[in-house]
Write a protein that binds this ligand. Structure first.
Ligand SMILES: Nc1nc2c(c(=O)[nH]1)N[C@H]1C(S)=C(S)[C@@H](COP(=O)(O)O)O[C@H]1N2
Ligand SMILES: [Mo]
Length: 202
């Protein structure tokens, strides 16, 4: 593997307790809407576009040159399972932001995926120092089912925001709902606040 390892390990702030309404599991279940897209590494690209000073369009070799950082973080799915200990490895979102320089108007990010899926997040959440573009989980390259070759991981939100099979990152000024956010899931998805579904549905 080409990925350069960094020494530092980021740790998501762990609270003693599991978020309300969640149950702990040891396994990492697969949760996907629709089929797992087939992505050839030779065809894979990551685009970074929108409100940035410098857009990017990287192939896998280019992506693999970028610094890789380990992050330890819990993973909480809105369907109520939580896997508390996960080690993700990849490009910290803060490092990506340094490469592209978001414009002052950029306030939100849309993650676009191979297949028909997207997820929106406030830029501030992705700049939390532990959100990353991950290519490894618990020391192993991400399997296709878990979003390989590359997925977003936003440890401070429910799992649906951690978009698998990342294809593009778009910096935007006005918030827009993603795939599940247009289908009844809460726009924000903070698991400590149990922001599971549209307020009018609960
Ligand atoms: N592209 C894509 N990303 C996705 C999903 C999906 O259906 N498609 N499901 C989301 C949901 S609901 C969860 S809980 C996590 C599950 O990740 P896992 O399958 O690796 O456990 O991926 C999220 N990312
Ligand atoms: Mo989920």
């Amino acid at each position: 593997m080409l990925f350069k390892r960094r020494d530092k390990v980021k740790k998501a702030p762990q609270r003693e307790n599991v978020p309300p309404g969640q149950f702990v599991t040891e396994k990492l279940p697969v949760l996907t809407y629709g089929p797992t897209p087939k992505i050839e590494l030779s065809q894979w690209r990551l685009r970074v576009f929108g409100l940035v000073e410098k857009e990017l369009d990287l192939n896998w070799e280019e992506f693999a040159q970028l610094p890789s950082t380990s992050v330890e973080a819990p993973f909480h799915c809105v369907t109520q399972w939580s896997r508390l200990e996960n080690t993700w490895e990849g490009l910290l979102f803060t490092d990506l932001a340094e490469m592209v320089t978001p414009k002052p108007e950029a306030a939100f990010v849309m993650a676009h995926c191979y297949g028909d899926y997207s997820a929106n997040l406030p830029l501030e959440v992705l700049m939390d120092g532990m959100s990353l573009l991950a290519h490894k989980h618990d020391g192993q390259p991400l399997t296709a089912d878990h979003g390989g070759p590359l997925r977003l991981v936003a440890p401070q939100r429910y799992g649906w925001k951690s978009a698998k099979w990342l294809r593009a990152i778009e910096f935007i000024a006005e918030d827009r709902p993603g795939f599940w956010e247009t289908r009844g899931y809460h726009n924000n998805g903070d698991y400590w606040k149990e922001e599971r579904f549209w307020p009018e549905l609960s």
